[in-house]
Design a protein around this ligand. Sequence first.
Ligand SMILES: Cc1cc2nc3c(=O)[nH]c(=O)nc-3n(C[C@H](O)[C@H](O)[C@H](O)COP(=O)(O)OP(=O)(O)OC[C@H]3O[C@@H](n4cnc5c(N)ncnc54)[C@H](O)[C@@H]3O)c2cc1C
Length: 344
Amino acid sequence: MSSAPHLVIIGNGVAGNRAAEILREKDKDCRISIISAGPLLFYNRYELPDVFKGRQDWRDYLENPPEYFSDNNITLRRKSIVADVDTERRKLVLAHREEVSFDQLLVATGGSGYLPERLQETAHLTHQFTTYRSAMGMYRDLPKGGRVVMLGGDMIGLDLARTLIETGYHVTVVPGDRTFWPHEISAEERPKYLSALETMGMEVINHGEVERIEDTTGSAAARRVVFVSGETVAADVVVTQYGLAPMVDFMSTAGVDIERGLLVNPQLKTTRDEIYAAGDVCQIWEQESNGYRFYYGWRNVRKMGEISARNMMGEEVPFETEVDEHLIIKDDGSIDSPFWEYSA
Ligand SMILES: Cc1cc2nc3c(=O)[nH]c(=O)nc-3n(C[C@H](O)[C@H](O)[C@H](O)COP(=O)(O)OP(=O)(O)OC[C@H]3O[C@@H](n4cnc5c(N)ncnc54)[C@H](O)[C@@H]3O)c2cc1C
């Protein structure tokens, strides 16, 4: 058995893959394993709205050719859910009970679509748009030119809404606290941004809190959104977009500090020396506010992957964002966000 250190990354997303790339660049001999719950190779989720533009083959979304992992001597374990981390024994416990030893660990498990408690009972009547699979599920259920009711909004959802409108669908946004997540918009400024959505072709309705979703399959539209006020809206598809919640449950007994995300110092190290975290899963210490905060978006997440890897290799580099986080209204009245910037 090899005596090279085993560096294990949980998560096959932007942060995890960038970290693996840097680790391999810095050390040709270390063992690198990426463990991922998902079934696919590393693919681009930013472009998933393109399924509505006819780009439906999952291979079109791959970031690297399939041979990338073997060419770089990176072991990728797919469909493997990490259920527990035993820090004393330095072992991950997979859901199917297998144990994987590690010398250093990077947690890059991102976030899953957040769903408010009151909607959980009817979640099966709604769609999420977080993975290739869920994107295709929504595509299949939505008739051509049909009506999407988007609960919440968030910048991922609003990006999808832009493509839906461009490709001939009707989008109704039911705004909530997280409509512009991860941007924080004050109550005074909200109306201005909501009317910008209307300028962009979305219908914005304010009937108050959603009470439930009903299955009306067989009638003109498959779903009905019922508000506490008694008002209703018909939809072919209801999609929930309330931002992301960090995927940290499996770390609950790992002996690291967690608030909502894994708490890390500016070098992206958790409260244990051998465990780092990067991407949407972590909250980074910020001296200025005397607290921990999330940094979202492709550029931040990719940089976190890089910084965590360099520090795992013995450097002492702090994470600093280069992203201007402001949501702006352009001259044509539409909104633009650094969160929508993506370059391969
Ligand atoms: C449809 C869509 C569009 C988006 N568009 C944009 C955009 O335009 N611009 C932008 O900046 N951001 C966008 N985002 C957000 C962006 O995708 C995330 O911020 C980014 O992917 C986070 O990267 P990450 O590496 O932290 O985690 P992720 O990319 O979420 O990767 C997490 C990985 O961890 C794995 N995982 C989770 N839990 C476990 C476990 N217990 N065991 C094993 N594996 C596990 C998952 O399978 C996955 O491989 C979009 C997101 C979506 C879903």
